[in-house]
Design a protein around this ligand. Structure first.
Ligand SMILES: *Cc1c(COP(=O)(O)O)cnc(C)c1O
Length: 403
């Protein structure tokens, strides 16, 4: 194996000089990874507690995913959807079975899955619900994160994400998260969908009250509004079930998935719905050159199998409890709150203890890579293949960083 002998500073300098400054990374360069671990060019080892925002649930470079990808790369990679390919059908069948939905429309990134869902919901509104042309409304929540396209950032309430990118796409109405009354009040005859995250990941792992999704489902059902769940981050066992909606049987009308569907190696996403809802999309009305390509399908099929074969949902559930109990037992006077579900967790740093960034940089020095979100919250979302003793090690390191 060739190891990059160039120093970390060199790579950071190059990125800084030639790349747009649209991120503010923790100052660490990753040049190798396996399972829950990553290494920098100097050979220092770190535990990955971000998992690329939950895209690496199966662990870095899972051998079965790499094998499936390599095998497929040796045979067929891209056909476009102008032709059929011999991988897409079986992948779609598996994905829809896992999600308990009837049909899927494959794309590449999470934002594209959300855009797809928005298009489906609007079209459904005009064709099925009878909303007057160009009047469709979609309800979204404060502090949402659904991606970075111009339409999506137009209904973000984060000024950094939204400001300077207007004019915003019309047709979105924003309500407080975790508030059923606000949802009921916001619905009009033109409302076609309610777009919501089962847990708000980027907002700082905001877990709604138990029953919120189920009640939202009932309100949507009563008003002929589509429940649109964005499970790009919460999906694929991250919260302890295959999908977060399964905790309360709040099955959506449209489901958006991405991130871990690509097993940490390849961007794969999709919007899923019933046959009836999906039928509003006809040939030529939506698509993607790379969406549903054979390489993506091979990777995603392997990524899905691993979730079941390695019982990653049950592991996330159990180890999540162990992790939160461990954090609570630290009794740290710097932790204001501990929250999460499965292995999607976060701590709030108390205001008097300073900014979260100083602790994430300290954790890096101790071999733990976690990222702050906003200024006071640190998210912990290790790959779901993490072991019990590694959870205990992680808790110990967090304790040291906070001491
Ligand atoms: C990451 C994320 C997206 C966007 O996914 P990309 O692949 O970055 O476009 C959308 N929704 C949620 C909830 C996410 O966490």
């Amino acid at each position: 194996m060739t190891v990059d002998v160039k120093k970390s500073e060199y790579h950071m300098e190059l990125e800084h000089t030639y790349g747009a400054h649209n991120y503010h990374p923790i100052p660490v360069v990753i040049s190798k990874a396996e399972g829950v671990w990553v290494w920098d060019p100097e050979g220092r080892k770190y535990m990955d507690c971000l998992s690329s925002y939950s895209a690496v649930n199966q662990g870095h470079r899972h051998p079965k995913i790499i094998a499936a990808m390599t095998e497929q790369a040796g045979r067929l990679t891209l056909t476009s959807r102008a032709f059929y390919n011999d991988r897409l059908g079986e992948f779609l069948k598996k994905l829809t079975e896992f999600a308990q939905m009837e049909m899927a429309l494959p794309m590449n990134t999470g934002a594209e899955a959300v855009e797809t869902a928005i298009k489906i919901a609007r079209k459904w509104g005009y064709k099925k619900k009878g909303v007057e042309d160009n009047k469709a409304e979609i309800i979204t929540c404060e502090e949402n994160f659904h991606g970075r396209t111009t339409t999506i950032v137009g209904f973000s309430t984060d000024p950094i994400a939204r400001e300077g990118f207007g004019p915003s796409t019309p047709g979105f109405r924003i309500i407080p998260y975790n508030n059923i009354k606000a949802l009921e009040d916001a619905i009009t005859p033109n409302t076609v969908g309610f777009l919501v995250e089962p847990i708000q990941g980027e907002a700082g792992v905001k877990v709604p009250s138990p029953g919120y999704l189920k009640e939202a489902q009932a309100v949507c059902g009563k008003n002929n509004v589509l429940l649109m769940l964005d499970e790009v981050q919460t999906g694929f066992c991250r919260t302890g079930k295959m999908f977060c909606w399964m905790h309360e049987s709040a099955k959506p009308d449209i489901l958006m998935v991405g991130k871990a569907l690509g097993g940490g190696v390849y961007p794969v996403s999709a919007a899923l719905a019933s046959k009836d809802v999906m039928s509003v999309i006809g040939p030529g009305e939506h698509g993607s050159t790379f969406g549903g390509n054979p390489l993506a399908c091979a990777v995603a099929t392997a990524a899905l199998d691993i979730l079941v074969d390695e019982k990653l949902g049950e592991r996330a559930e159990e180890l999540g409890v162990r992790f939160r109990d461990g954090l609570a037992a630290l009794n740290s006077d710097k932790i204001g709150a501990i929250r999460g579900m499965g292995l999607l967790n976060a701590i709030d740093i108390k205001p008097e203890a300073g900014k979260a960034r100083q602790y994430t940089e300290k954790m890096k020095d101790l071999g733990v890579l976690a990222k702050e979100t906003h200024e006071t919250t640190i998210r912990f979302a290790p790959p779901l293949v993490i072991e019990e003793d590694q959870i205990d090690w992680l808790v110990e390191k967090i304790g040291e960083a906070l001491a």
